[in-house]
Structure formats: structure tokens, C-alpha cells
Design a protein around this ligand. Structure first.
Ligand code: NAD
Length: 333
């Protein structure tokens, strides 16, 4: 939606209000692990900000929510500086927008492009450092530059190997999530203990990983999926994202191998429809499909904005149940 009737002053005021609202929700979601609105509501207001900034680029400031990886660190957890920033993903909400994105990618190269389509796991991002094949550090995304050191906690996650099958020095990234069954039993236990339930498995996973006591993480039955290597430098001898996933699995890492290589929007649409239909049967939550240019050399060539890589996009599933909260907010513009 383009706000073509607004003056610059009106747009500025409207942006300030939307940004303040989004920042409040971001604190609830990232810092307190306790969101008060649905992700789809957040995404709608975020999209409004993107549209306003598109129409009034002079109003974009470095502290805009669109210019930062949206996350926060807890004061009481030790910090880790990421050697390469941990980024977010750009969003699309329709097949048409996905098709446009693929066309833009295709314009960047004369090679005919393939894409790797993957499930978008609804958890929180993790970085794992292996030294000589041994897990030596685990950190959260934090603000993208500085994350939280959660090594002791991750050592308590059963499907994250302490040792790779080869003595490699490797930083891998992926997602920590809480399986649906673990989420249900955790909230039942919290109810018995008189504690507030977690809003959803994503926030339960974040709350369970970012604990000072690793024993709490151990009880929470978290799990992980790994999908990326930092500074690949081809030490793994792979050329594509789809080959990388298999290589990571062979190193003993947990990898979600429900991915599919596609080279046109129709095949991708079929993949999305198939995964959407089976979504409820999965043991873990997904909130969309991530589409990545398959050729890894192009990842470096295409690069990233301050917030998102250009070689990947998230297709977000439509909201299952629309909330009414947005119309209840008293926007003043
Ligand atoms: P995001 O969760 O939409 O997507 C980026 C993340 O996807 C990556 O950082 C990575 O951790 C993850 N991911 C999962 N599977 C992946 C895969 N196969 N390949 C690559 N990455 C994968 O973006 P975000 O910046 O983490 O969070 C923003 C979103 O969080 C918003 O769009 C909104 O939906 C939600 N949010 C909600 C509230 C709220 O109050 N409800 C507040 C803030 C943010």
C-alpha cells in the first residue's frame, strides 16, 4: 500500500508512531520472550513502515526498525561478538512477490538460476563454533553483531553433537526450536506450577535457551536444525546450498532434509502448497518457506543489506487466525 496522500510531516509523524509500537512489541518478543500480539500483526505494521520509507526515503534513519536486526541481548548473559553478522531474512507474503524476487535474482547473473527451498523453522537463530571438530562455543543472534554466550546450555541439547565426524574448524548456523509435544507438556507443567504459559513454541524455545542455569535448558527438550556455514572458503568442497545440507548431515549435524531444488515458480508453488498442507503433521513449528539461491558462489557476490542477505527470502505463511488487536490500537495518524 502506498501512502500517496500524506505530506512529509504527516508521514514523519505516522512513522514515529508505528516505529515506537514495533519497538515495544520487539522488546516483548525478543527480550521478554512474551509477545502480546500475533506475528502477522507485527508483520502488517512492519510492512506499513516499509511502504512509508519507500515513499519517503528521506525519513529512513539508522535506528529505524527496518535497518537493524531485531533482537536484544539479556544483561545477565555473557556476550559474544559475531565475526560475521547474523542477519534476518527479507519477507514476502504472496507467490507473486516470490516470483518478482526470483526475477530480480535472475537479473543478477547470466547463468540460469536454481533455488533451494527449505522449511522456515520457527525457533531462534544459533551459531555453533566447532574447533578441531569439538563444539567450543554457541551463541544467539542478539543484535546481529553481539550475541549471548549459551554454550553450556547448548551442550545440553541432545541432537546438537559435541563432536563432528571430522576434525574441522567450522562456524555453522541454524535454528533452535522446541518440538510441539515438548511445548504442550511444558505449558501443562507451568499451569500446575501456577506460572504463566509461554505464548508459542518459538518464545518457549528462546526462553528455555537463554537461561543462566543450563539444567533448565536440559529439562526443556530443545532441538536444532543446522543450515548454514560461515566463511565456507570451500573447505567442505560443496558448490550449492542443497549439497551443503547433505555435507552438514554427514558431519553429524541435525539437518532438515525436506528441502527441494527448484528452478521455476510453479515447482516452488507446488512445494509450498505441499509443505503448507503437511504443516500441522510436523513435530515442530514452521512459519514459512525459505528460498535460497542454490549456487553458493553467488551468495558472496550478491551480498547483503544491513539487515538481510540478498540471496535468500522468506515466504511467510498467511496467518492462521486473524487477531483484532490492530484495529483496537488508537493510532493517532
Ligand atoms: P524471521 O524470523 O522472520 O526470519 C529470519 C530468521 O529465520 C533467521 O534469522 C533464522 O533464524 C530463521 N530461519 C528459520 N529457518 C531458516 C532456514 N531454513 N534458513 C535460514 N533461516 C532460517 O526474522 P526475525 O528478524 O528473526 O524476526 C522478525 C519476525 O519476528 C517478524 O517478521 C515477526 O513475525 C516476528 N516478531 C514478532 C513480534 C510479536 O510481537 N509477535 C515482535 C517482533 C518480531
Amino acid at each position: 500500500m502506498v501512502e500517496d496522500q500524506l505530506t512529509l510531516a504527516e508521514a514523519k509523524e505516522k512513522l514515529a508512531i508505528r516505529q515506537a509500537q514495533l519497538k515495544k512489541w520487539a522488546v516483548e518478543y525478543y527480550q521478554n520472550d512474551a509477545p502480546t500480539v500475533e506475528d502477522s500483526d507485527y508483520d502488517l505494521v512492519y510492512q506499513e513502515v516499509i511502504d512509508l520509507e519507500y515513499q519517503f526515503p528521506e525519513l529512513i534513519t539508522p535506528d529505524s526498525i527496518t535497518q537493524k536486526v531485531g533482537d536484544q541481548t539479556k544483561d545477565d548473559l555473557p556476550k559474544v561478538e559475531h565475526l560475521q553478522p547474523m542477519l534476518s531474512l527479507g519477507d514476502v507474503f504472496s507467490i507473486e512477490a516470490l516470483d518478482d524476487w526470483m526475477n530480480t535474482m535472475q537479473q543478477s547473473t547470466s547463468d540460469f538460476l536454481e533455488y533451494n527451498a527449505e522449511l522456515k523453522i520457527d525457533g531462534l537463530a544459533i551459531s555453533l563454533q566447532y574447533t578441531n571438530g569439538q563444539l567450543t562455543q554457541a551463541s544467539t543472534r542478539g543484535n546481529g553483531q553481539i550475541g549471548e554466550d549459551v554454550t553450556a546450555n547448548v551442550l545440553n541439547i541432545k541432537n546438537i553433537p559435541h563432536q563432528l565426524t571430522e576434525p574441522l574448524n567450522l562456524e555453522v548456523r541454524g535454528e533452535i526450536y522446541m518440538p510441539k509435544a515438548a511445548f504442550v507438556s511444558l505449558n501443562e507443567q507451568r499451569d500446575r506450577d501456577g506460572l504463566a504459559p509461554f505464548a508459542n513454541p518459538r518464545n518457549a524455545a528462546a526462553g528455555s535457551l537463554r537461561q543462566l542455569d543450563p539444567q533448565i535448558t536440559k529439562q526443556r527438550q530443545l532441538a536444532g536444525f543446522i543450515y548454514q556455514v560461515v566463511d565456507l572458503q570451500n573447505q567442505l568442497e560443496v558448490k550449492t546450498q542443497s549439497e551443503l545440507l547433505i555435507r552438514l548431515a554427514n558431519l553429524g549435524l541435525p539437518v532438515n532434509l525436506t528441502n527441494q531444488v527448484v528452478d521455476n515458480i510453479n515447482t516452488l508453488k507446488n512445494y509450498i502448497e505441499e509443505k503448507t498442507a503437511k504443516r500441522d503433521d510436523l513435530a515442530y513449528g514452521i512459519d514459512g518457506i525459505v528460498v535460497k539461491v542454490n549456487n553458493l558462489d553467488l551468495h558472496e557476490a550478491l551480498g547483503a543489506t544491513v539487515k538481510v542477505p540478498k540471496w535468500a527470502i522468506a515466504y511467510k505463511f498467511p496467518a492462521e487466525e486473524k487477531q483484532t488487536i490492530l484495529k483496537d490500537i488508537e493510532w493517532t495518524v
